[in-house]
Design a protein around this ligand. Structure first.
Ligand code: MHF
Ligand code: KIV
Length: 285
C-alpha cells in the first residue's frame, strides 16, 4: 500500500503525555472512517484496536489479526479523524521477535495508515523494544494487566489482582519498565482498583483504564460494546446506547414493508417524466 500523508492533529503525543493527574483522557476504539468522524469531536484519542478481529471479523480472539488488517482500518480511521490522536495496535506476532522486527512493522503502520503512534502489549519483556522505537521517533502506547494476545497462555480473560495481592508486584514492575522505556501512555486492562491505583501512582505517564477503575488517568472502551452492539460484554462495559436493538427494529420494519410492498413508496421512486400513475407502494393492498 502507498504512503499516507501524515497529519499533525491538535491532540499530540506530548500534550496527552502531559495530562497525568489532570483532566481525564477520553479514548474510544474506532475501526472505520464514518465512526472516526462521529467520535472525533468527543475523544482525545481514537484507538484502532486489534479487538477489531473479534468485533468486526467474528474471530474467536485477537490472535489471528494481521498487520494488513490493522493498516487498512488504521488508514480509514486516520482519514476520519481531524483532532483526536490516532493510535494503531500492533497485532500478535508482528513485534515480539526483536526490536528490529517491531521497528520495521511499526514503520509500515505509520507510513501506510497515517496514524501517529502504535500500541503493543507486554511489560518488562517489551521494554527494550519500546526504547528502540521511541528513540527512533515512533511513539508507543504500552498495555499491561490483562493481555488478550496472550489468551492461549493465560487460558481466558479473567481480571487480575482481584483474589489477593499476589502478582501485583510483577504487574506494577511491568508498568514501570514500560513507562521508563519511553511509552507515552499505558493501557491498564482488567485489574482491581487498588492495583490500578498502585500502577497509576508508580509511573510518570498517564494510565488509560479499561476495566481498571476510575483511578486511572483516562478511560477507553470498545465502541461497539458501549453502543450496545455486542452480544456478550465484559463486566466493565457500560452501555451508553442500545444500537443493537435499534438495528434489529429497523431491519424488522424494512423487511415488513418490502414484503407488503409499502417500500419503496412514491417519494423513493424514479418516474418517467409525465407519468402520474401511483407507485405500487402507494396502492394500498
Ligand atoms: N468486544 C470486545 N470488547 C473488549 O473489551 C475486548 C475485546 N472485544 N477483544 C479484545 C479484548 C478482550 N477483552 C475481554 C474479553 C472478555 C472479557 C470477559 O468476558 N470477562 C469476564 C470474565 C471472564 C472470566 O472470568 O474468565 C467478565 O465478566 O468481565 C474481558 C475482557 C477486552 N477486549
Ligand atoms: C480494549 C483496547 C484497550 C484494546 O486493546 C483493543 O481494542 O484491542
Amino acid at each position: 500500500m502507498s504512503a499516507q500523508s501524515t497529519v499533525i492533529r491538535p491532540n499530540t503525543v506530548p500534550k496527552l503525555r502531559a495530562r497525568k493527574g489532570a483532566e481525564p483522557i477520553v479514548c474510544l476504539t474506532a475501526y472505520t472512517a464514518p465512526m472516526a468522524q462521529l467520535l472525533d469531536p468527543h475523544a482525545d484519542l481514537l484507538l484502532v484496536g486489534d479487538s477489531l478481529g473479534m468485533v468486526l471479523y467474528g474471530l474467536p480472539s485477537t490472535v489471528p489479526v494481521t498487520l494488513d488488517m490493522m493498516i487498512a482500518h488504521g488508514a480509514a480511521v486516520a482519514r476520519g479523524a481531524t483532532r483526536a490522536l490516532v493510535v494503531v495496535d500492533m497485532p500478535f506476532g508482528t513485534y515480539e521477535e526483536s526490536p528490529q522486527q517491531a521497528y520495521r512493522n511499526a514503520v509500515r503502520v505509520l507510513r501506510e495508515s497515517g496514524a501517529s503512534a502504535v500500541k503493543l502489549e507486554g511489560g518488562a519483556v517489551m521494554a527494550e523494544t519500546i526504547a528502540f522505537l521511541t528513540s527512533r521517533g515512533i511513539p508507543v502506547m504500552g498495555h499491561v494487566g490483562l493481555l488478550p494476545q496472550s489468551v492461549n497462555a493465560s487460558g481466558g480473560y479473567a481480571a487480575l489482582g482481584t483474589a489477593d495481592t499476589s502478582g501485583w508486584d510483577r504487574i506494577i514492575a511491568d508498568a514501570v519498565a514500560v513507562a521508563e522505556a519511553g511509552a507515552f501512555l499505558i493501557v491498564v486492562e482488567a485489574v482491581s482498583e487498588p492495583l490500578a491505583v498502585r500502577i497509576t501512582e508508580s509511573i510518570a505517564v498517564p494510565t488509560i483504564g479499561i476495566g481498571a477503575s476510575a483511578s486511572c488517568d483516562g478511560q477507553v472502551l470498545v465502541i461497539d460494546d458501549m453502543l450496545g452492539m455486542s452480544s456478550r460484554t465484559p463486566k466493565f462495559v457500560k452501555r451508553y446506547a442500545e444500537l443493537g436493538v435499534a438495528i434489529g427494529e429497523a431491519a424488522g420494519r424494512y423487511a415488513e414493508e418490502v414484503r407488503s410492498r409499502q417500500f419503496p413508496s412514491e417519494q423513493y421512486t424514479y418516474r418517467l417524466k409525465g407519468d402520474n400513475r401511483p407507485s405500487d407502494g402507494d396502492r394500498k393492498p
